[in-house]
Design a protein around this ligand. Structure first.
Ligand code: ADP
Length: 458
């Protein structure tokens, strides 16, 4: 069921219920007050008559004229009867029908005022006449024509206005909900039209300063992220193709040039050595790309063991230096660990070695001194490694992009590299629930800080 249909039923139903309840309460209170007013009127008039008869010695027959008027009165049909203490009628108004039964007589004698009701409101009460000390029973009753008329009119008014209000509520609720939800329909239509081909399209959000506007804004932010990821993915493929095609084209060119004439053994050896270098370069790139793809797709299956960080740093620096003897890598403890186990983290040694190698090689590769310093520090829960170099550095803008695949800064384009190392490094650090940050000043150098959570003491 649509929200609009649900709400246009639910809200009016709740409000109608409240309205009906309100009308019923108004009606019941009116009826109660009408009755109360009439009985107190009857009581006062009857007592006044009793006083006139017994205290002012007015002959009850004198009421006859008044009673006739009362009978004709369409508004309040009053009747008066009074009895002696045995229940015999002493006087009754013209139209009155006596109602005193032995049972009522008994009750009147003990309780003084009795209320009875058929279609008339009726009261009975006992009156003791002072002089002769005689007891009389008074009966006064009336049919509240005017009151009942008012009550019926009130009932019609309430039913009529309740029905009108319910209809009004149903229509206005539907109108306003439809009006408020209309932008949602437009947004849904725009959303439908967005696909990978037009990820730059956005849904309108400017005119809506409410939840729907908020949702549109959040959706646009999601599109921003998707667009960025999609563009990155597209670039990734084209960069990867480019990175592989260029050395292959060079290889092909070199092969064709070499084959143009017969060469001596030294020339063949030199050409093949160059080929080996290029092929190794390509193998490295392919391996990095495969590793990056694997880390993005299947990081869950990476096996973790206890890894001692300082040992792994030393081993890795040995491997890097063996490949590039000109690189200087200094590893030092800037803090001393409080206990030996603080050097152990739960991780994958092979992948962590890849992180250390990338950062050590970059530090050396991008600094004229070809030197990197690795500082080991600690905080309460983490082991922190700073890779500090005094190299070419990066601008703030460049630092924003270095974790994107194939990104390389202008200054370093001449130096060999593919721009895969840092994205891979970042992914591996994330898999180890660590963090990587960089601080850099152009022309002065860079510091990459990697932090891994220490394995808790068991
Ligand atoms: P590669 O080094 O193969 O180009 P990386 O992903 O490791 O790829 O690095 C990406 C880019 O980040 C590098 O090309 C370089 O422009 C910049 N970069 C990385 N490390 C440093 C550093 N220590 N000093 C200056 N620039 C760096």
């Amino acid at each position: 069921m649509k929200i609009i249909d649900k709400q246009t039923i639910r809200i009016p139903v709740i409000l109608s219920f409240a309205l009906v309840l309100f009308s019923v309460i108004v009606y019941l209170f009116f009826s109660y007050f009408r009755k109360q007013e009439l009985t107190s009127y009857l009581q006062i008039t009857a007592i006044n008559r009793a006083k006139l008869i017994f205290e002012k010695n007015v002959n009850p027959k004198q009421f006859s004229d008044a009673d006739r008027d009362l009978k004709e009165s369409a508004y309040l049909q009053e009747q008066f009867t009074y009895y002696d203490s045995l229940g015999n009628v002493v006087y009754k108004s013209t139209n009155a029908i006596p109602h005193l039964t032995p049972n009522i007589l008994k009750k009147v004698l003990s309780q003084k005022i009795i209320l009875e009701k058929d279609e008339y409101e009726r009261i009975f009460f006992a009156y003791r006449e002072n002089k002769q000390s005689k007891l009389y029973i008074f009966e006064a009753s009336a049919y509240d024509t005017a009151g009942f008329n008012k009550q019926t009119k009130l009932l019609y008014t309430l039913v009529f206005s309740t029905l009108i209000l319910i209809a009004l509520m149903a229509f206005s609720t539907r109108y306003f909900i439809r009006k408020d939800l209309k932008p949602l329909g437009n947004i849904a239509k725009r959303m439908k039209s967005i696909s990978s081909k037009n990820l730059q399209n956005r849904i309108p959000e400017a005119d809506l300063d409410n939840e729907i506007g908020n949702m549109a804004h959040t959706f646009n932010e999601l599109l921003d992220r998707l667009d960025a990821a999609y563009t990155q993915q597209r670039n990734f493929v084209s960069y990867a193709t480019h990175e592989l095609r260029t050395p292959l084209a060079i290889l092909l060119g070199n092969t064709q040039v070499t084959l143009m004439k017969t060469r001596n053994t030294e020339e063949y050896i030199e050409t093949l050595n160059n080929f080996e270098l290029d092929i190794n370069n390509m193998i490295n790139l392919m391996n990095s790309l495969l590793e990056l793809a694997r880390m993005n797709a299947d990081s869950q299956s990476v096996p973790f063991t206890d890894v001692r960080v300082d040992d792994l740093l030393w081993q890795t620096s040995g491997i890097v230096k063996k490949k590039k003897p000109e690189y200087k890598i200094n590893i030092e403890f800037a803090d001393m660990p409080e206990y030996d186990e603080a050097l152990i983290i739960n991780g994958n040694a092979e992948l962590m070695a890849l992180v250390f190698r990338n950062l050590m090689e970059n530090g050396c590769k991008y600094s004229p001194k070809q030197e990197v310093e690795v500082k080991i520090l600690f905080d309460e829960n983490n082991i922190i490694l700073d890779f500090v170099d005094e190299g070419v550095g990066m601008s703030a803008k460049e630092m924003e992009h270095i974790y994107e695949a194939f990104y390389r800064t202008e200054k370093t384009k001449e130096i060999s590299g593919h721009g895969i190392g840092l994205p891979l490094t970042k992914r591996i650090v994330e898999i180890h629930t660590g963090t990587i940050t960089v601080k850099s000043v152009e022309g002065e150098g860079s510091t990459f800080r990697v932090s891994f959570p220490i394995k808790p003491l068991s």
